[in-house]
Design a protein around this ligand. Structure first.
Ligand SMILES: [Fe+2]
Ligand SMILES: [Fe+2]
Length: 459
């Protein structure tokens, strides 16, 4: 897994290579490209788009063999990686590439795959999850540790291996922890369920190890997705477990481009699953039950992906963006009140009233400050509790964009139907009241999502 979140800009006039790149639709889904013939138009795009990860400049861009373009770009954006494609290394004028910071080169590039190999090298994730050593803290004694350095994971999502690959902690109270596992300790289901029986809901991993835990989870879910003999239910469970680990890291430690690369991989796996879902002997209820007991934002992200697909969102890229926005839609809530698990909990009493009111805007501002998100996605996060109609606690307005509505309806569906177990009654109430608060387009897609599964089920 090495795809990235966002896109790259290509300034290229070499006909053959260009045809090869723009013709490879499959790779472009994972590495979206904005093609320009000249730097000037690329620069105006760079002013508005925040998710450009690298600019590829070809020696065919100008008479200076791209050197003017490289220098100008470096001047305006000192940090942005540049990949220089030198189609004729022996030609003049020559220029000293080594003097340009963060510039990488490919000489005589053959095809898109060669460029992608370079991207994979440059945006490589730390995917080693073994080889971690026991940390120095003693086991089974109370420890004072900095809370922000430890990422919570739901105990039911914890991936079991014969021996622990990680140092695992439980939290007693603010900044107070106990280490329960060292790397290499034997571990089994009973060990975990004993803690669960004691009312422990979360296990904690040091942040540096949790990233590797995500890598382990990513590998396992890729393997399960590729297996023909595994049931859809199990595939959903594993993909959502991966999403939960990523979501927890994002909401605890903030948004960075590197973490969004993981979110992007999660959404790619979700989309593969969504597009291949067949429920041979299952009904729609079975499908919905497979979503029960999963983490709030991850489940919503998955439902949002299905809805965007039903709504006919053209490319996997746009489905992916909706899913990632859904994955971070409550990031403000978890920052303001880390003890909450979802929006509904925030409605449990006056203590959280103000937090509920403010979490959309707070979250959107966090995403804006991270500099990775387009404004349209920030607006979707900011407004995810706006509704067209209804009498609930949300604010009413008519002017809501489609991505916002997808997140909103998925959020309501999780809170009113999936959370705590799907029942016919809850489903009826949702269809007759909550779903009516959204546009007819959303209502139609939602019904299609449910009936499509039924038809597949009957097949
Ligand atoms: Fe929310
Ligand atoms: Fe939510």
């Amino acid at each position: 897994m090495s795809e990235f979140f966002g896109c790259f800009i290509l300034i290229e006039n070499h006909r053959e290579l260009l045809e090869n790149i723009l013709g490879d639709k499959k790779s472009l889904e994972l590495y979206p490209c904005l093609h320009h013939r000249a730097l000037s138009s690329a620069l105006s795009i760079l002013k508005t788009r925040k998710d450009v990860r690298i600019v590829v400049i070809s020696s065919t861009s100008s008479e200076s063999r791209g050197s003017d373009e490289v220098k100008k770009l470096r001047e305006i954006y000192p940090e942005l990686p540049i990949l220089y494609l030198d189609h004729s290394p022996d030609a003049f004028p020559k220029f000293d590439l080594s003097a340009v910071a963060n510039l990488h080169t490919i000489q005589k590039p053959k095809d898109f795959q060669e460029i992608l190999t370079k991207f994979k090298e440059l945006f490589k994730k730390d995917d080693r999850w073994d080889g971690i050593s026991p940390s120095p803290e003693a086991k089974d004694v109370e420890l004072e540790l900095k809370e922000k350095d430890y990422i919570p994971m739901r105990i039911e999502d914890f991936i079991l291996t014969d021996k622990s690959f990680f140092n695992v902690f439980i939290k007693l109270s603010s900044n107070r922890f106990v280490k329960i596992l060292n790397v290499g300790d034997a571990i089994d289901k009973e060990f975990i369920s004993n803690y669960s029986a004691k009312g422990i809901k979360e296990l904690y991993l040091p942040e540096s190890e949790q990233k590797r835990y995500i890598a382990l989870s990513e590998r396992i879910s890729q393997k399960i997705l590729n297996s023909a003999s595994t049931t859809t239910k199990l595939k959903i469970k594993q993909v959502l477990t991966l999403g939960a680990a990523i979501s927890s890291n994002l909401s605890t430690c903030g948004v960075t481009a590197e973490k969004l690369d993981y979110a992007s991989s999660f959404m790619s796996q979700s989309i593969t699953l969504i597009k291949s879902m067949r429920f041979k002997n299952d009904s729609v209820t079975d499908f919905l039950r497979s979503l029960e007991n999963n983490e709030h934002t991850t489940t919503i992200s998955f439902i949002a992906g299905i809805l965007a697909n039903e709504l006919g969102f053209e490319s996997s890229k746009s489905i992916k963006l909706v899913g990632i926005a859904a994955l971070v839609h409550d990031i403000g809530l978890y920052q303001l009140a880390p003890e909450l698990h979802d929006d509904h909990e925030a409605l449990s009493g006056p203590k959280y009233e103000k937090i509920f009111e403010e979490h959309g805007k707070f979250g959107a501002d966090l995403l804006r400050a991270s500099g990775n998100f387009d404004e349209s996605l920030c607006i979707a996060v900011e407004q995810h509790h706006l509704r067209r109609r209804g009498t609930g606690h949300e604010v009413r307005t008519n002017n809501i964009n489609i991505v916002t509505e997808i997140i909103g309806v998925s959020d309501d569906f999780y809170n009113y139907v999936i959370k705590g177990g799907v029942t016919k009654d809850k489903m009826q109430v949702f269809l007759n009241t909550h779903l009516k608060n959204f546009s007819p387009q959303i209502e139609k897609a939602f019904m299609k999502m449910l009936t499509a599964k039924k038809k597949r089920g009957a097949a």
